[in-house]
Design a protein around this ligand. Structure first.
Ligand SMILES: Cc1cc2nc3c(=O)[nH]c(=O)nc-3n(C[C@H](O)[C@H](O)[C@H](O)COP(=O)(O)OP(=O)(O)OC[C@H]3O[C@@H](n4cnc5c(N)ncnc54)[C@H](O)[C@@H]3O)c2cc1C
Length: 528
């Protein structure tokens, strides 16, 4: 994890957001009287006592060196949980109960393997730690029954192992962050094209372990689709996967590791399909009369095989907030549903793609709004999470959740989840705003990304968990997946079990037993 990350907020403190001048009045109008909730001071945060014995700490020091076993308060607080709103609320309230006993920083695959082996032998629970951006409780390992809990921070594995120009692949170490990956590949004229909103801090290993999806997935694909090979440190030894670009040699075991959220091993290297860095990038916006009209246009594009690099569509409520242009939140909105289309590549290809997309969108009722808002969206695409902290300071609860389904079920799923969120939060006496956009598209379906804002009650974590449970029930009942890209962690486990059914759960438990019989790898996460 980067030391630039704030302990109880999103991101780099130097980029902290302030609310626009008219925001406080608007928040009062939307959610009722202001009730600011500043975070507690880091000095007052309560850390649990360290359970690891001196003998075990010495054994760990023997593997990575004294200076890479950190039991200091700062490191423990910084590695407490992830960055979901409940995680932030806990820390803001001074609760670091989920902190590891120690933060270990191995230098290479060999040290990771030695740590995993030692931890399995001595029953030390292990939390593999990438960028620390999990929003599903993926970094909160169970403590019970273990001699202690360590976070294995992969930040020192941050290099490019090699590039195969002929095959268009690159091997990156697991701790490489999104920007560092682009920097390392950029030196070879290449890009990965993986730009999740957590890009600034999330890592290659984390992307693989959670089957992440970036904002340019329409053009570049999901992260799991970019992975051609993996190197994993497990308690049984090193597991290397990916002998060829495609294979009929039994089930694809790479898929067993992708999405395994640190429960089967620690990914130390990932071989990825890469592309030539785009010479041109252009983003524009379109307006559709309704969310349903825009969704039909998106489906037509993807089913016709026309894939702009970025393709997303806000529903009417999200459009009315002008989120593509945060400085004009609250200004008059043109109404309807706003679509962002982005094109990246060589100049001629961008022009060709744009005109092909434009012809289809226009024929389906879209109105082109030009490039200004699209370019602003691209420039500000990583800044929205900073706004969440500014809103939490004002006592406004903000959180997101996501799901996916087939096109034929999208309207139904949208209506059910929105109603569940509005119903659950209204029942708590708040006046919620529920926004949604289609964030990723496929030939057969799409994902829905919901953002919720409402006034915090006296128990904002309980408030969110109740709303989240209602939304999760609605997702399962309406035939969606419990997560399209945030992963399972602890928060989705109950509904994940329903999604994969008893046979799926038995298969997963059997694999876990075979690879990690001591059960030390991220206990409590993912495996039902
Ligand atoms: C503001 C914000 C925006 C986000 N936007 C997106 C988005 O657009 N798209 C998206 O897909 N996700 C998004 N996320 C979720 C999160 O960023 C992703 O899940 C990301 O892939 C996690 O990467 P990380 O390096 O931070 O992993 P961590 O959070 O450190 O870990 C995530 C899980 O993977 C495990 N893990 C981490 N590294 C390894 C490893 N090397 N080997 C084995 N297991 C490992 C951890 O134990 C944990 O269970 C967002 C999160 C936030 C806070």
């Amino acid at each position: 994890m980067s030391d630039r990350m704030h302990w109880s907020r999103w991101g780099d403190p130097a980029h902290a957001a302030t609310l626009p001048p008219n925001a406080i009045g608007m928040l009062e109008l939307a959610f009722g009287p202001a009730s600011p909730r500043p975070a507690m001071d880091v000095a007052t945060v309560q850390l649990p006592p360290i359970e690891l014995s001196d003998e075990l700490l010495d054994a760990l020091r023997g593997v990575v060196g004294v200076e890479h076993v950190d039991t200091g308060d700062d490191a423990r607080v910084l590695h407490t949980g992830g960055k979901s709103t409940p995680d932030l609320l806990a820390l803001r309230g001074g609760d670091a109960g989920a902190a590891p006993d120690a933060v270990l920083r191995p230098a290479d695959h060999g040290e990771v393997l030695a740590l995993v082996t030692l931890c399995a032998e001595r029953r030390i629970a292990v939390v593999p730690y990438g960028g620390g951006t999990s929003v599903v409780g993926g970094l909160a390992a169970a403590h019970e029954g273990f001699s202690g809990v360590v976070a294995i921070d992969l930040g020192r594995l941050d290099g490019l192992v090699g590039v195969d120009d002929v095959s268009s692949t690159a091997v990156l170490q697991a701790g490489v962050s999104g920007p560092r990956a682009e920097e390392l590949l950029g030196e070879h004229g290449l890009t990965l094209g993986h730009f999740p909103q957590s890009f600034e801090f999330a890592t290659i290993g984390g992307f693989a372990a959670t089957r992440s999806s970036g904002q340019s997935s329409s053009g570049y694909g999901r992260f799991d689709a970019m992975v051609v090979g993996l190197k994993v440190a497990t308690p049984q030894g090193t597991w290397e996967l990916g002998a060829a670009p495609a294979s009929a040699a039994g089930p694809d075991l790479r898929q067993m590791v992708l999405g395994s959220e640190g429960t089967l091993g620690i990914v130390t290297e990932v071989t990825l399909a890469v592309r030539a860095a785009p010479a041109t990038a252009l983003y524009e916006t379109w307006r559709f009369p309704s969310f349903a009209d825009g969704a039909t246009a998106m489906r037509t594009l993807t089913q016709d095989g026309i894939n702009p690099t970025v393709l997303r569509l806000s529903d009417e409520t999200e459009t009315s907030l002008n989120l593509a242009k945060p400085e004009s939140i609250g200004a008059d909105s043109p109404g309807g549903a706003l679509m962002v289309c982005g094109y990246e590549g060589a100049a001629e290809r961008v022009a060709r793609m744009r005109s092909e997309v434009g012809a289809t969108l226009e024929s389906l009722g879209g109105t082109p709004l030009g490039v200004e808002d699209g370019q602003q969206w691209a420039q500000g695409r990583f800044s929205a999470p900073y706004l969440r902290d500014a809103l939490l300071d004002e006592g406004v609860l903000v959180e997101t959740l996501e799901t996916a389904t087939f096109w034929g079920n999208l309207d139904h799923l949208y209506a059910e989840v929105k109603a569940a969120l509005e119903g659950a939060l209204s029942a708590q006496g708040t006046n919620p705003i529920v926004l949604c956009h289609i964030s990723h598209v496929y030939r057969t379906g799409a994902s829905l990304y919901f953002t919720v804002a409402c006034r915090e009650t006296d128990d904002p974590r309980g408030q969110w968990y109740a709303a989240k449970a209602a939304a999760s029930e609605a997702i399962v009942d309406a035939g969606g997946t419990i997560t399209h890209h945030h992963a399972v962690g602890r928060d989705h486990k109950q509904w994940y079990a329903e999604e994969i059914g008893p046979i799926g759960a038995t298969v997963l438990r059997a694999v876990k037993q075979a690879v990690d019989p001591a059960g030390v790898l991220n206990p409590g996460v993912l495996i039902p």
